[in-house]
Ligand binder design. Sequence first.
Ligand code: ADP
Ligand code: ZN
Ligand code: ZN
Length: 690
Amino acid sequence: MSQGVVQVEPLTTARALRGPFDYRRPDGAGVGSVLEVPFGRQRLTAVVTALAADSAHTLADPVRVLPDSLPPDLVDLGLWMAREYASTPARALSLLLPPRGARERVQLWAQRTEDGDAAIAAEAHLHASALRLTGKQGALLASLPRFAGEELASLRRLEARGLVAIGPRARRRAPAHVKLERRRAAPTLNPDQEAALAEILGAGAGEGLLLHGVTGSGKTEVYLRAAAETLRRGRSVLVLVPEIGLTPQMIGRFVGRFGDTVAVLHSKLGAGERYDEWRRLRSGEARVCVGPRSAVFAPMADLGLLVVDEEHDGSYKHEGDPRYDARWVAQRRAAVHGAVLVCGSATPRPESIHELRRVRLPRRVDGAGLPPVEIVDLKAARGPMHPQTFEALVDARKAIVLLNRRGWSNFLTCRSCGRVWQCPQCDVALVLHRHEGTVGCHHCGHREPIPESCPTCGSVSIARHGTGTERLEHELAGLGRPVLRLDADVRDAGRVLEAFARAPSAILVGTQVVAKGHDFPDVDLGVVLDADATLRFPDFRAEERTFALVTQLAGRAGRGGHGRVLVQTIDPSAPAIAFAARHDSDGFLAGELERRAALRYPPFSTLIRIVCAAEAPGAAFAAAAGIQARLPGALGPAPLFRLRGRERAQVVVKASDRRAAIDQVNAAVREVSGSKAHRGVAFGVDVDPQ
Ligand code: ADP
Ligand code: ZN
Ligand code: ZN
């Protein structure tokens, strides 16, 4: 009687609870099926990860099989991610699930029957009189197939005469956020692009290439050509882009070139749109997918090409559990599918230089050089802006000013007693947001009204320290041209970018987002106001980030061949800044790899960070000490600042054997988190922390 056994992972967030669990196999269920199963007293969604002939357990029946299944290769990818990122299969698989809460929108679809076709042919041969079709009916019949819509009554009459067949059919809700660019003819590739394309098309199965090309060197055009050829070979294409709100141009170009076979997956889609796009990919109707990080899980069969554009971008790292990096997940998928991976950037990760074969696009398509970058020594300046920078802003027509700090000022102090306004939940200072009338925490979202007096001593003299983007916007308004601001406090980034693109003269002020992927033809000045802010960051990637930021901003300025960039710093000799000023990414990357080799940082080791957090005083530190004790050579425990009311402590592992280290960390976390002594402690594991 038995139809066999399904092994499932129930989707729960509990770390301790791990499958697979056996159930009786329902009709039609296979690897990737999504089930609802009885589990203790609950009913849980579960994913079938394997089939078996029989089981040593007493088997229960699943409640039901849910519509839509995952392709089996995505199930494998989920299980791989769980292990690779020291998470659980349940958490990893939850990220891959078919979208829920939406169904297909089914509408009536009308098409001609054979008699209907004959009738049209007869019409054309002027035998219409015999058919007694009115002109309107003839036109309606000729317009088929299509969705019935308002013509349903007329179509029903034709159906009654056997000329038309009407039945239900899914109708796509096309994403509204896609700006449909009109189909454009592809330009003729220049010799550099031809060479790059040939390398990509000739690459072996599973091979990864780094397309290292300055901004405006025509990387996107190379992706488009490689995608066209991949489609022609009958395989599908996945394109990852940094953040969708900021890269509508990229989506527009793919849709413009390939039309409806492009599906777009991103977080701004409504449930219905997302579902339809997912289904179109799953069924193979759409064979190109463009989207941000999470699109790396697009349910596509037979991938032939994966593109990761701006592969250095921080948004590819997922900050929830599992803390996956879409760039690496893409590499894994490429290997599994025997596809080619193309990572593109003007400022690639040192890891990529080390690990991927490099293809170069050394020149801009328009033949323009890169804008000169001048370093402005801030040591002698008073205030956040050097007079030289100010003058340049006065002279510029269109400028972008980057300041990596949002809000009005960084922190407030009492002038009489020295009190610092801090977040009650976190050990960080509150940031003033003047327009909003609040001081707020950038880590937990806590907000309170701007204080009028000091609660400690009663003084009304409160000092505001530092400058953020809001204050800068206000101060630059005196220059007599529109000042636009772009940072995480701005709701509609797209509108700001459009307004800036359209304005004949304006200043765009903002955090790092202003340096990302936008294509403004006429920016003649780029300013990095505080290059030291990123450089000071206590992280081995600080150099890499600073270099990328300055270089990317330079890429925004002077696209038409005019323009300059000013970088303010108190440390003009810092290599990241000096190399960026010379547009010398090879020099920077070589030095950076040397430094990392000497310090044994990635790619010469794998870093794993384990963060323990707990409310009870001392609990997080004790748990971190427990983990450190189980991982010989691990660094720590080191206290981190309190976040959301919880103390935190971390342990860092620097390993040469990645696989073994991940397994050891997994084991240590499982042991410590399972022990009664450390109840109430939350554990987060971050492999390849950013
Ligand atoms: P990147 O992605 O490297 O920044 P793009 O592919 O966006 O560069 O190219 C920059 C601009 O040059 C785009 O407007 C693109 O349409 C155009 N372009 C790219 N390749 C060519 C070419 N071979 N001939 C003419 N124009 C091109
Ligand atoms: Zn005071
Ligand atoms: Zn806080």
